[in-house]
Design a protein around this ligand. Structure first.
Ligand code: HAM
Length: 421
């Protein structure tokens, strides 16, 4: 028997309506905020991601990318995230010609060869929002507001927004020097990963979860106390706008993010109900990436949320299981007797034309079997078609919850069902 790969998962028929609902809510909010959907390949040249997410990101350092040579000896990779692909699309298709500011939205599978655990998969689904071409703090605020709106719509209650500023290429080097000097003094107390990070990107030591590193980090100099004037003003405006919009947040001076492209505002939405993988949505400003990937100097900001973690938080917050979002077919058509397939086809066609979800089991001819099938599917109504119905040109409609039934001409049955939908 074949089994799925470790770190992947199947969505079963009775769960898929739940995921569809989450996706629809996100689509709707994207539209409300004027974000247009883009689609880009799952597979790209590996160096796009190496350059995009950065040499010191976990994805590259921990070799989390699925990289392989294709038949033309090209080094390609499955996308580990969406921002690099979105920016490649923006540059390659000269989107700035259609308007300097681009509000882009995407959804789809991402791949990271991580160690699987609850909420951490090797194939997962991200919904990403990228606001390219706007350097203002308001752009960051808009992205946070989108999250806020989604949290509300999905009924997520147990949530905290953490924000930080990690400065820019002007103020970061001096701070980084200070941090490196401090961490260098404590090198022996740091974990093995952080000792590597020290030379690659000392900022990443700040968000190490290991107790030994956290003890060192607690005394470390912090970026937000070393911001240059423009970065400081930017951060102040973000905080003030969020406060005046009544969006509650906490400043987490240790929040740095695991991808290299960020500058200034970074943020994460966390939920305690998720356990170790508590972040379900995250992002920030990345003003250098468009340029670094070969485009013009273009500021940008964005975030992505993971479907699987969102699903877990929604279930925990609402107390409603994913299977409870299942939509059964509305009408089950039961052909009771032999040679009824034409009558069944006609009934199904009429119901579907009227917009009702309708189905049947072609292999059954006995009422008992049909009713069992309808019950298995959870259909609220069954349409019974037998000799009597055919002769009278009427249908029998049975309410499967109450057992009540009546016979009427199809138009009346349709009117009745319409009122019940
Ligand atoms: P990220 O923090 O790597 O950021 O991922 C964003 C979200 O994707 C996470 O908060 C989580 O919900 C989900 N996620 C990431 N890895 C996994 C995994 N292995 N299993 C399940 N879910 C996962 C980015 O990817 C950036 N591209 C976000 C961004 C967009 N920044 C600017 N624009």
């Amino acid at each position: 028997m074949y089994q799925k790969l470790k770190g992947t998962y199947d969505v079963l028929p009775h769960e898929s309506d739940f995921f569809r609902w989450i996706g629809n809510e996100i689509d709707h909010v994207a539209r409300l905020y004027g974000y247009k959907e883009i689609q880009f390949p799952i597979i790209e040249y590996a160096n796009l991601f190496q350059r995009g997410v950065g040499e010191s990101s976990d994805i590259v350092v921990k070799k989390e990318m699925y990289v392989f040579e294709d038949r033309g000896n090209r080094l390609v990779a499955l996308r580990p995230e969406g921002t690099a692909g979105a920016v490649r699309l923006y540059i390659e298709n000269t989107l700035h010609m259609y308007g300097y500011t681009q509000r882009l939205f995407y959804a789809g599978p991402m791949f990271r060869a991580e160690n699987p655990q609850a909420g951490r998969y090797r194939q997962f689904t991200q919904f990403g929002f990228e606001l390219i071409g706007d350097a203002s703090p308001e752009a960051d605020v808009e992205l946070i507001l989108i999250n806020h709106e989604l949290v509300k719509r999905l009924g997520i209650t147990d949530v905290t927004l953490y924000i930080n500023s990690i400065g820019c290429r002007e103020c970061r080097p001096a701070y980084q020097q200070k941090l490196t000097a401090y961490l260098g003094e404590h090198k022996q107390e740091l974990c093995e990963d952080c000792q590597t990070r020290l030379s690659l990107n000392p900022l990443r030591v700040l968000d190490c979860k290991k107790t030994s590193c956290q003890a060192v980090v607690r005394q470390a100099p912090l970026q937000y106390q070393h911001l240059c004037e423009p970065c400081s003003t930017h951060f102040e405006t973000v905080k003030n706008s969020l406060s005046s919009l009544e969006v509650t947040f906490l400043i987490d001076p240790y929040l740095v993010r695991g991808l290299d492209y960020y500058n200034r505002t970074v943020f994460e939405f966390k939920s305690a109900s998720l356990g170790a993988q508590s972040t379900f949505s995250a992002g920030g400003r990345y003003d250098y990436l468009v340029r670094d990937l070969g485009g013009m100097d273009t500021p940008a900001s964005g975030f992505a949320m993971g479907m699987e973690r969102l699903a877990m938080v929604v279930e925990a917050s609402t107390g409603k299981k994913r299977t409870q979002y299942y939509h059964p077919p509305f009408v089950y058509v039961a052909g009771v007797g032999e040679n009824l397939s034409l009558a069944v086809w006609q009934a199904l066609r009429l119901l579907r034309e009227e917009g009702f979800s309708a189905t049947t089991e072609f292999r059954y001819t006995q009422l008992k079997k049909h009713l069992k099938a309808a019950d298995r599917l959870g259909a609220p109504y069954a349409l019974l078609l037998g000799e009597d119905e055919i002769q009278k040109g009427k249908w029998t409609l049975r309410n499967l919850q109450t057992g009540e039934q009546f016979q009427e001409i199809p138009a009346e049955i349709v009117a009745f069902l319409r009122a019940k939908k």
